[in-house]
Design a protein around this ligand. Structure first.
Ligand code: SF4
Length: 63
């Protein structure tokens, strides 16, 4: 699994980073970035949850 973040939608609410700081990092530009290129299998379920709680639907999963 890989994820991409649409920076035209992301508003830096940090819910993704709050839930999963191993994967998401909100930087000074108030945009979230992924810290890993491929999501480890043991974190996939948590990533799906982070996608569902993003208020801007800015995170997309690429299987
Ligand atoms: S929760 Fe969504 S809008 Fe907020 S920082 Fe993460 S990707 Fe961006």
């Amino acid at each position: 699994m890989k994820v991409i973040i649409d920076h035209s939608l992301c508003e830096g609410h940090s819910r993704c980073m709050d839930d999963l700081p191993e994967v998401f990092e909100v930087r000074d530009d108030d945009r979230s970035y992924t810290l890993v290129e491929t999501i480890p299998a043991e974190l996939e379920e948590q990533v799906r949850k982070a996608v569902s709680v993003c208020p801007r639907a800015a995170i997309e999963i690429i299987d």
